[in-house]
Design a protein around this ligand. Structure first.
Ligand code: ADP
Ligand code: MG
Length: 461
């Protein structure tokens, strides 16, 4: 039975639907269009590069297995990316599932280009700097010229999901490679590493495998927390670590928690981690979030109005992965549903992404925090009083409502004692002027902003 691309994709969708929740299905799979089937390679069209990256990262296993099921073991998947009008193909990201799924003979890894596993899309250039990553980034940069020979050996980078560990260590590997094209660099993750070890043990070729690892100049291993409880792999890793470290080869390790919190990993390994630099990636602050949004939007030719950028910055306070998720969804909505990206859409998208109905800042929230801060009852803030301190509290409430929520001037006015559009505008202007001229006032605004920011519950997927 020979099925065409549409029929194959329809079958895949049925299967996918059983495996993901409805929201994920609607967001990530419904927008996909099957384009053609060439041999056993299915081409699908996705709205943009974000989308493609998201599928690759989150759903490749699922996509792989359903395609396998319907196309057989040489199944391939190819992505087409469209911009603006649906026919304009700007990218053709080919991924042969075959490559990913066919069990690799591990020796090939070392015959092939040593750095082939680094992700070339992760560079320093597109890694936005901020207080959240400054130390880790600088440490990585200083390793570039002298891998293995700085005090940062090993370099241990830890932090929660989506904060940039994988990006940063790949950027480091890529930059070492740029600097020294002959460098032998291995980037692997703990899962892949463990699987290789298990296979090599089973086939009694573990010495060959270990020898191959010992040939590298820079060994980058991601998500070391997955070594927890794996005694045999830890032992082998320990040997590779010692061998390389003694020869001044660079080791770079990431983990989702600090070494001291890694349970089920041998103490002798943990104590070696402390020989170098242990540093973490934190959640980005507002300023960095805004920079990241701007940079990602620009790279993806996504034009975002300033108020939308600010709104996302204020309201999406989790990881950088969360920020990307919102941008992907926005651009998908724009391209597929032909919607304009404005505050309304943005707030819907953020709502969708978050399980918590309460997470966005709303005007009551702002009024309450301002009322606590100045110790002025809300009724007075929204009331008629012309007393200076009350007027200022009111103006600040209006100012933050405009900054942080998606409400219109009219809606804001109505929640501040039915004030009209002109009064609302005037309040915002006054606050801006005062901030420019009065440093004490500017500090107060910053403090309040901080309080408001921290009052939010962060969106979670
Ligand atoms: P982790 O490995 O810590 O879970 P990733 O490195 O996979 O996180 O990062 C998640 C996403 O966020 C990636 O797409 C990455 O490119 C992006 N990202 C992370 N940090 C930054 C940054 N400082 N600037 C720009 N993009 C970033
Ligand atoms: Mg990672």
């Amino acid at each position: 039975m020979n099925l065409n691309h549409k029929e194959i994709w329809a079958k895949c969708l049925l299967e996918i639907k059983k495996n993901v929740d409805e929201r994920a299905f609607n967001t990530w799979f419904k927008p996909i269009k099957p384009v053609m089937l060439s041999g056993k390679t299915l081409t699908i069209q996705v709205p943009n590069k974000f989308f493609y990256e998201w599928l690759e990262e989150k759903y490749i296993n699922l996509l792989g297995s359903v395609l396998f099921k319907h196309l057989g073991k040489d199944a391939g998947l190819q992505y087409q990316i469209v911009v603006n009008d649906h026919k304009d193909i700007v990218g053709n990201y080919e991924k042969s599932l075959d490559k990913k799924y066919k069990e690799k003979n591990y020796f090939n890894i070392f015959d092939a280009e040593f750095n082939y596993q680094l992700n070339p899309n992760y560079t320093f250039e597109n890694f936005i700097e901020g207080p959240c990553n400054q130390l880790a980034r600088n440490a990585a940069l200083s390793i570039v010229k002298n891998p293995g020979k700085t005090a940062f050996n090993p370099l241990i980078i830890y932090g929660g999901v989506g904060l940039g560990k994988t990006h940063l260590v790949n950027a480091l590997g890529n930059e070492i490679k740029n600097h020294n094209p002959g460098a032998k660099i291995i980037y692997t993750n703990t899962e892949r590493f463990t699987n290789q070890i298990i296979k090599a043990l089973r086939e009694s070729v573990i010495y060959d495998l270990v020898n191959s690892f010992q040939l590298v100049d820079t060994f980058i291993i991601d998500d070391i927390q997955f070594l927890e409880g794996r005694t045999k792999t830890q032992e082998i890793f320990f040997n590779i670590f010692n061998f390389l470290h003694q020869r001044d080869k660079q080791l770079v390790i990431t983990s989702d928690k600090s070494p001291k919190d890694l349970k089920g990993i041998q103490e002798r390994l943990i104590s070696r981690f402390k020989w170098g630099l242990v540093t973490d990636l934190k959640k980005p602050n507002l300023e960095t979030r805004v920079k990241i949004i701007e940079s990602k939007a620009q790279r993806n030719h996504l034009q975002l109005p300033d108020d939308v950028i600010n709104y996302i910055g204020y309201n999406v306070k989790g990881s950088i992965r969360d920020l990307e998720g919102v941008l992907v969804s926005l651009s998908a909505n724009m391209m597929l549903n032909d919607k304009k990206i404005d505050l309304k859409l943005t707030s819907e998208v953020i709502d969708n992404f978050s399980h918590n109905v309460d997470k966005e800042i709303n005007i009551e929230n702002i009024q309450k925090i301002i009322s606590d801060f100045f110790n002025i009852p809300i009724e007075q803030i929204t009331g008629k009083s012309r007393k200076r301190n009350i007027v200022i509290a009111r103006q600040l409430g209006i100012y933050f409502s405009k900054q942080m929520t998606s409400y219109s001037l009219k809606q804001i006015g109505s929640q501040f004692g039915n004030r009209d559009h002109a009064t609302v505008l005037h309040s915002i202007k006054t606050v801006n002027n005062l901030m420019d001229t009065d440093t004490l006032f500017a500090e107060t605004v910053a403090k309040l902003e901080h309080k408001l920011e921290n009052s939010l519950i962060k969106p979670v997927y």
